[in-house]
Design a protein around this ligand. Structure first.
Ligand code: FES
Length: 104
């Protein structure tokens, strides 16, 4: 799995939760909230790859959003290699720290 913005690579197995994989990377801290699809803080876009989704709050991800790959990482289960793109700097502090372009 790769974060497109930073080029960082993460390793997970089929069926694993995307937010958990990102959080266990050892590369930094992934900010998360409810971990149940309700707060929206872990929103990201999946650029490519196969995955399945659990229930997500439509207040944070609409059906239209899902068709464009916008998801809540805590409700995504990976089924293949994924390429993801950050949409919430709060979620991927570690990605932002490692990318000079995104430093505050
Ligand atoms: S951590 Fe709350 S929606 Fe993912």
């Amino acid at each position: 799995m790769q974060i497109k913005d930073t080029g960082e690579v993460f390793h997970g197995r089929d069926g694993e939760n995307l937010l958990k994989v990102l959080g266990q990377s050892g590369k930094g801290t992934v900010t998360s909230g409810c971990r149940s699809g309700g707060c929206g803080i872990c929103k990201l876009r999946i650029i490519s790859g196969r995955y399945r989704c659990g229930n997500m709050s439509v207040a944070h991800v609409t059906d239209e959003d899902r068709h464009t790959g916008l998801v809540l990482a805590c409700r995504v289960f990976i089924e293949s290699d994924l390429v993801v793109e950050t949409v919430s700097t709060a979620c991927f502090r570690m990605a932002c720290r490692s990318s000079p372009d995104r430093q505050p």
